[in-house]
Design a protein around this ligand. Structure first.
Ligand code: PHB
Length: 369
């Protein structure tokens, strides 16, 4: 589309207008998606480099941080940051301060990978944990020695689950101490919480498996624990009901996610973040359902994600299909994405070779207009 017609499209949309999210007035409806960049140190401590990266992107209405490990056990990829040690909390303070100095808002994404890990990344070389001993197929672990096959995880004992929920609560408290504006519970993309939700990965026979009520239980417990720290209005949750990412899937996702939404509504969360379709892929996969059902059922703001362009975002607002639109990859290579979209300016393409585990190049050296 020519730059002038893109700018006209942008000018006629409320995408660039302020919007209230919980106690905050966001500058616009554009959100920077959580993006793994694997540039923390080996102890999961972020530093000045992350502060610079996020601060460059602080014109987003909201930034959701890269997925951040709630515990040493929650880690599944090299150099991903954590929020469980005092050093990590101190490291994150550089980022929250830098974003706030530019007037931005940033939520931290709380992450436990579950089975999507490898003994090389686990404390004491232990097996990764999951609801059931079901291995993720077609997926490799990114370890310090390169890509390795995933292993069959160890099924969590029932009496270990309160400890996992407590790890979420501690991480949420640490995020508050680190100066974040809120937290997002990562219940998507085939990681631990979605492993509990999905019947492909949850084969348990205790109160955390079987019925929809049982499979959603840990997620509701995490929401309960995290909102005790933050209140509901500074907490969001991310789901991906139709994704196949990390070999996840459910035989009947519609009633499952309807039930989850009904159960979390009493917590009055700030937003529901929904990945439309398959993560980074097909937006309307076969066997899907109308995700707008979830929007209508949910009582907070609806944030959406997956391959959005200016045109799709403007259309989503015009048809009132979403309140907030998340952009992922475009934010990697366009720190001033909001301004570029508003002007209809060309976007710099991202270099996938620099997505993970590098340093400054491909991270903080993309140009602004
Ligand atoms: C990744 O590190 O590749 C990753 C992390 C979190 C996601 C998706 C992908 O939700």
């Amino acid at each position: 589309m020519p730059q002038s017609s893109a700018a006209k499209l942008a000018a006629e949309s409320d995408l660039f207008d302020p919007v209230e999210l919980g106690p905050y007035k966001l500058a616009n409806r554009i959100v920077m998606a959580p993006l793994t960049r694997s540039r923390a140190d080996d102890a999961g401590v972020p530093g000045e480099l992350q502060a610079r990266y996020y601060s460059q992107r602080s014109s987003a209405g909201l930034i959701v941080s890269e997925a951040t490990n709630i515990s040493a056990q929650g880690k599944g990829y090299i150099r991903t940051p954590g929020i469980w040690s005092p050093e990590q909390v101190e490291g994150w303070k550089l980022t929250t301060k830098a974003v706030h100095e530019k007037g931005g808002r940033i939520f931290l994404q709380l992450w436990h990978v579950g089975r999507v890990s490898h003994p090389d990344l686990q404390p004491g070389g232990a097996l990764p944990v999951a609801p059931s001993a079901v291995r993720a197929e077609n997926q490799k672990a990114y370890t310090y020695d390169g890509f390795k096959d995933l292993v069959t995880p160890r099924a969590l004992e029932t009496d270990e689950i309160p400890g996992i929920v407590a790890d979420y609560a501690r991480a949420a408290k640490n995020a508050l101490d680190a100066g974040f504006d809120g937290v997002e519970i990562h219940s998507a993309n085939g990681y631990l919480l979605q492993q509990f939700l999905s019947d492909k990965t949850n084969k348990r026979t205790d109160r955390y498996g079987g019925s929809i009520e049982n499979r959603t239980r840990i997620v509701v417990e995490v929401v309960d624990a995290v909102t005790k720290v933050w209140g509901g209005d500074r907490v969001g949750i991310r789901i991906a009901p139709l994704t196949k990412f990390a070999d996840i899937g459910d035989s009947n996702p519609e009633p499952l996610y309807r039930s989850l939404v009904d159960q979390i509504n009493p917590y009055n969360l700030a937003y529901l973040h929904v990945i439309e379709g398959d993560t980074g892929g097909e937006r309307n996969p076969a066997g899907g359902f109308d995700l707008q059902l979830l929007r209508r059922a949910f009582n907070g703001l609806y944030m959406t994600n997956n391959g959005y362009t200016l045109e799709l975002a403007v259309e989503a607002r015009r048809k009132n299909l979403a309140d907030l639109i998340c952009f992922g990859r475009p934010f990697i290579s366009n720190p001033d994405l909001v301004e570029r979209l508003r002007l209809g300016a060309p976007l710099t393409p991202a270099d996938p070779n620099t997505f993970y585990a590098g340093e400054e190049h491909g991270y903080v050296d993309y140009p602004s207009l």
